[in-house]
Design a binder for this molecule. Structure first.
Ligand SMILES: C[S@@+](CC[C@H](N)C(=O)[O-])C[C@H]1O[C@@H](n2cnc3c(N)ncnc32)[C@H](O)[C@@H]1O
Length: 252
């Protein structure tokens, strides 16, 4: 891809603080941002939610203190608005507890929120005296209401998505991995092959992996070096699998 990305190259992931790294991306150079930022919640329960035993979970997940969350969100959201192209879109994940900070930051940055999607997944944390949380919010926002990519894949695209989490039985994993099916759906609707997708809080690399699988370019940032290594390995494995599939097709 020959788009100018400042100090960055497309299809690479970089270690560091998203806020500092985003400042290096030239304005208007990204087509789609899909991101699942840290949530500012006590993480032990969350960790159990993602992985029943916690045994195979990589350590080091970087949280943001609850008191700092509004400012943190406002800061990265402002950068997201700046780096996104005029016809670009943003999908941001949020738990219910800090949702107000995300909604206010979207407005403050200048985004137009088009949908408030509910992602319903298959299990939550066991509770005794309240309902089990088994959904996330996904805010879908654009810069220009008249001009943005929306490939209407389904005839009747509803805003409640029931998509199961992936079980990675016995394998090492990061605690908050998104299902690929979910990211694939977002990429199909809101980008085209060749577009550039940014995830500034990459975690285990799901957005980068699905971008590669679907012919999109990507740029990813993550602060924890163990997660970078994990994501690099996933990308490498994805490349090998895709090459194998292509050569098998050639043999038919
Ligand atoms: C909810 S997870 C993302 C999970 C990812 N979507 C996946 O599928 O694996 C949020 C990630 O943001 C990272 N993080 C936290 N603060 C950060 C910062 N200031 N800059 C970059 N990454 C950060 C955390 O270490 C964590 O891996």
């Amino acid at each position: 891809m020959n788009r100018h990305l400042g100090p960055f190259e497309a299809d690479r992931i970089y270690q560091g603080d998203a806020l500092e790294l985003m400042a290096g991306i030239p304005a208007g150079s990204v087509d789609l941002i899909v991101t699942d930022p840290p949530f500012a919640i006590e993480f032990r329960a969350q960790r159990m939610n993602y992985n029943r035993t916690g045994r195979h979970v990589l350590d080091g997940y970087r949280e943001v203190a609850a008191d700092d969350y509004a400012e943190f969100t406002r800061a990265w959201m402002g950068e997201a608005y700046r780096v996104l192209s005029g016809s670009g879109s943003l999908y941001v994940f949020s738990g219910w507890n800090r949702l107000k900070d995300v909604l206010c930051s979207l407005d403050d940055a200048g985004f137009i929120t088009l949908n408030h999607i509910i992602w319903k997944y298959q299990f939550g944390v066991f509770t005794r005296k309240k309902y089990v949380t088994s959904h996330y919010h996904i805010l879908y926002a654009v810069k220009n209401r008249q001009k943005y990519t929306f490939n209407k894949v389904d005839h009747y695209p509803e805003d409640v998505w029931v998509i199961n989490r992936e079980y990675w039985k016995g394998k090492q994993k990061t605690p908050t991995k998104l299902p690929r099916e979910l990211v694939r759906k977002i990429l199909r609707y809101s980008s085209n092959p060749g577009d550039l997708v940014l995830d500034p809080f990459l975690g285990s690399g799901t957005v980068a992996v699905v971008s590669r699988e679907t012919g999109r370019h990507f740029l990813g940032f993550e602060i924890v070096s163990e997660y970078i290594a994990f994501a690099e390995q996933r990308l490498h494995d994805t490349g090998l699998r895709m090459a194998k599939e292509t050569s098998a097709e050639g043999e038919i």
